[in-house]
Design a protein around this ligand. Structure first.
Ligand code: HEM
Length: 520
């Protein structure tokens, strides 16, 4: 009764209270925002032109990172720059990079909304695992893929990885023997090898190297990843879309070819799926989707397919890195000789190296790290999910963050003679590998690379085995590698030419010993 009579008053009071609470919340948010903005400094940086922003400044340099480094000298470790219509922050110091990637990883968890990304990933970049914004779906995708891509040592996963890498390396050796002593472009040989490693590890699928569908897909991935690793005017001036319709359509058509292959692989897996015994990453996704569907889960098969597309495509990135590695080793005979001596110590050249030999291959591993350092793959840009700050500078929501890792990897405060190719810098006095904390070639934090395990294992065995079997040379008259002129991870098309000469006498591979290693 009392309740009944008080009800209208209660309702009225509640309404007034709710309105007051809402007003005070809005005022609080605005105050916070204002305080955030007013306590913080305004980003220094060049004043841009209408429409172009400061693109004309960066455009003066062959390599945009040289442009960003030049602006750093003028404006400091954190500065703002508008490219076309896109507001960006460029961070160049270790502290600023750590703040963005680690301590404020939530505030900077998104990726840029470039039209090209949508074209490549079935019309919506949020299908992609690498270029989507952060979301619960992305969290699930990463949680499913991360353990699979980082198997624990001595596990079945490592055994499979070892077996696929070593078997494909044997095929690569056979192919290179057919062209030894000639000046060749090793790119197609390396890409077929890495593609088959990746397809087997992720999807249990191996292709005959001459299979035309396979060759086409490898070629498409090469083109697409070249696209992804470069900046284009349309990314910063989306209105240029009208002039780029044909190119965007070509990208879509290429991506469709890859989609067809992945769909076939998923269909084959679905028909033979045993939920209790997932065979590979495709099965892990299919099993999750099936179980999750009952609970109203959000992950669709298309998300899983694009994730697998994305990860398989990593073979092209790795292929490019491996090419740089061979080129740099060929240009540094002293490094080549030390790798050959180390592999001999580990295997007596009666077999090829395998992952079990890792601790005995410290110099080779250090060489792989040194290749990663000088190649300096840029970290994929991040985007602010809300108004936030870096190193005390105000950064509004949607600002794109670019990381000048090249400056960090070539900073003489961190590295002795940074412009010298010197694997020793990653070795302790006792000869163990030491990766310093200021070197993070695979990024760090919430959106760190998913492929680093496969990359490190393939590069270690790839360099070790090829250098064990061949003396690799630069063609006569070719310039020695110039560390200032390596334009990033992607090797310019047809640029690297090498000669592979079979090392006859010291290598007497014994099939029995090799097979022991294959089954680790
Ligand atoms: C070959 C050398 C490679 C290098 C130097 C490299 C480096 C990187 C870097 C710096 C990032 C960005 C991290 C960040 O934003 O904080 C990244 C992201 C990523 N990488 Fe790699 N990567 C390599 C190869 C691969 C391969 C082979 C794969 C696939 C198997 C792969 C899969 C990914 C994915 C999926 C992401 C995005 C993760 C996310 O956004 O949540 N990467 N990688």
């Amino acid at each position: 009764m009392i309740l009944y009579t008080l009800a209208p008053v209660t309702i009225a009071l509640s309404a007034v209270f709710t309105i007051l609470a809402a007003i005070s919340l809005v005022l609080h948010i605005r105050r916070q925002k204002f305080r955030l903005a007013s306590d913080l400094q305004v980003l220094p940086g060049p004043r841009g032109l209408p429409v172009l922003g400061s693109s004309h400044i960066i455009g003066r340099y062959d390599n945009p990172w040289d442009g960003f480094s030049a602006l750093r000298k003028k404006y400091g470790d954190v500065y703002g720059v508008t490219l076309g219509s896109r507001r960006c922050v460029v961070v160049s110091s270790l502290a600023a990079m750590r703040e963005v990637l680690v301590s404020k990883s939530k505030d900077f968890a998104n990726r840029p909304n470039f039209l090209r990304f949508h074209a490549i990933f079935r019309g919506d970049r949020n299908f992609s695992v690498a270029l989507c914004d952060w979301s619960p779906k992305q969290k699930t995708r990463r949680e499913l893929a991360f353990p699979y891509m980082h198997p624990r040592s001595a596990s079945h996963g490592v055994e499979r990885m070892n077996s696929f890498i070593t078997k494909e390396l044997q095929d690569l050796i056979s192919s290179l023997l057919t062209v030894q002593n000639q000046v060749i472009e090793p790119r197609p040989f390396i890409l077929v090898c890495t593609a088959n490693i990746f397809y087997q590890y992720l999807c249990n699928k191996r292709f005959e190297p001459k299979d035309p569908t396979f060759q086409k897909v490898v070629e498409i991935y090469d083109v697409v990843f070249r696209e992804l690793f470069q900046g284009f005017a349309i990314d910063f001036m989306p209105w240029l879309k009208v002039f780029n319709k044909k190119r965007l359509q070509e990208l879509r058509d290429k991506a469709d070819e890859v989609t067809k292959l992945t769909e076939t692989i998923f269909n084959e897996h679905e028909e033979t799926l045993d939920e209790n015994n997932p065979r590979d990453l495709v099965d892990i996704f299919l099993k999750h989707i099936k179980e999750d569907r009952k609970a109203g889960g959000k992950l669709a098969r298309e998300d899983a397919e694009v994730t697998v597309d994305d990860l398989c495509g990593g073979h092209s990135v790795l292929g490019n890195l491996w090419l740089w590695g061979l080129y740099l080793v060929a240009g540094h005979p002293e490094v080549k000789e030390r790798i050959q001596a180390e592999v001999f110590q580990a295997t007596h050249n009666h077999r090829h190296p395998c992952l079990q030999d890792k601790l005995s291959l410290s110099y080779t591993e250090a060489t792989a790290l040194e290749v990663l350092r000088v190649v300096s793959s840029p970290i994929i840009p991040h985007v602010a999910t809300k108004d936030t700050s870096v190193q005390g500078f105000y950064v509004p929501e949607n600002t794109m963050v670019m990381f000048n890792t090249f400056d960090l990897n070539m900073d003489s405060d961190y590295w002795k003679e940074p412009r010298r190719f010197s694997p020793e810098r990653f070795l302790t006095k006792e000869g163990r590998v030491l990766k310093p904390s200021y070197f993070f070639p695979f990024g760090t934090g919430k959106r760190t690379c998913l492929g680093d395990g496969l990359v490190k294992s393939t590069l270690l065995l790839g360099l070790g085995t090829i250098i064990q079997m061949f003396d690799v040379y630069l063609p006569e008259g070719a310039d020695a590698p110039d560390l200032n002129a390596i334009p990033g991870l992607v090797v310019p098309r047809n640029e690297i030419k090498l000669i592979f000469r079979h090392r006859q006498s010291p290598v007497t591979i014994n099939a029995k010993e090799t097979s022991v290693c294959l089954t680790l």
